[in-house]
Design a protein around this ligand. Structure first.
Ligand SMILES: N[C@@H](CCC(=O)N[C@@H](CS)C(=O)NCC(=O)O)C(=O)O
Length: 227
């Protein structure tokens, strides 16, 4: 399997299937095509029919769209618990993942993923506040119904947590105020080994996209830590 992705620092859609493959120990190769270079569009179009990433190639199969990639991987490795085992939990998890894929537009537009920075808190308007309220309510509902004593939305780490991981990182990057329970869930996502690995690779990337920081005041810049 070859997963072609955009910048790890900025590409929230690329992160999702990469986190699933990594979290479930599925071997794959990756190629990164950085965004906003003179040849980015041509290189992305050579790989993906939409000219957007991620895109997975597996033999003769090509899958673009992050959520479809996750579904393809889950079908290819049915022994891996990528979605929750319980049908009711799985239906909820799939609806939540689809909602993430199609929604939360205000939060996504106002707060692009940027794993290298933390920005000053500010009022981001009622639409972002509504997205954050929905996001946190959905996480709590999932955990109350399905997580039991386990750490993630449906118990163990699943595709749903991978779908929401970039939203988790945005709440942190833009220092959006959340309640203690949500904060605890965010900490667990940030500490998951797959997320730690993605972030540490992101911090080693040389590309910087200045327009993702327009209008923001940087309060913290993260650098790769040598281990
Ligand atoms: N709906 C797509 C969105 C893919 C997408 O927007 N990818 C961005 C990176 S996060 C991209 O390739 N941008 C480059 C461009 O549009 O030129 C998915 O879920 O995979």
């Amino acid at each position: 399997m070859l997963l072609t992705i955009a910048n790890k620092l900025y590409s929230s859609w690329s992160a999702r299937p990469w986190l699933v493959l990594t979290a479930f120990g599925i071997p794959f190769e990756e190629t990164v095509i950085p965004m906003y270079q003179p040849d980015s569009k041509a290189r992305m179009l050579a790989v993906s029919p939409t000219g957007k990433l991620p895109c997975l190639s597996d033999g003769g199969v090509k899958v673009w769209e992050s959520l479809a990639i996750i579904e393809y991987v889950a079908e290819t490795f049915p022994e891996k618990p990528i979605w929750p085992g319980d049908a009711k939990a799985r239906a909820h998890a799939r609806a939540a993942a689809s909602e993430m894929h199609a929604g939360f537009q205000a939060l996504r537009n106002a707060c692009p993923m940027n794993l290298g920075k933390r920005f000053a808190r500010k009022d981001r308007g009622p639409e972002v506040a509504a997205d954050v309220a929905r996001l946190t309510a959905l996480w709590k509902e999932a955990r109350a119904a399905f997580a039991g004593e386990q750490p993630f939305l449906y118990g163990a780490f699943s595709a749903a947590d991978a779908m929401f991981a970039p939203a988790v990182s945005r709440l942190d990057t833009y220092q959006i105020e959340v309640d203690a329970e949500t904060h605890a869930y965010m900490d667990r996502v940030h500490s998951h080994p797959a997320f730690v690995a993605w972030r540490s690779a992101a911090l080693r990337e040389p590309w910087h996209v200045a327009h993702y920081e327009r209008g923001e005041t940087t309060v913290e810049t993260f650098h790769h830590q040598q281990s």
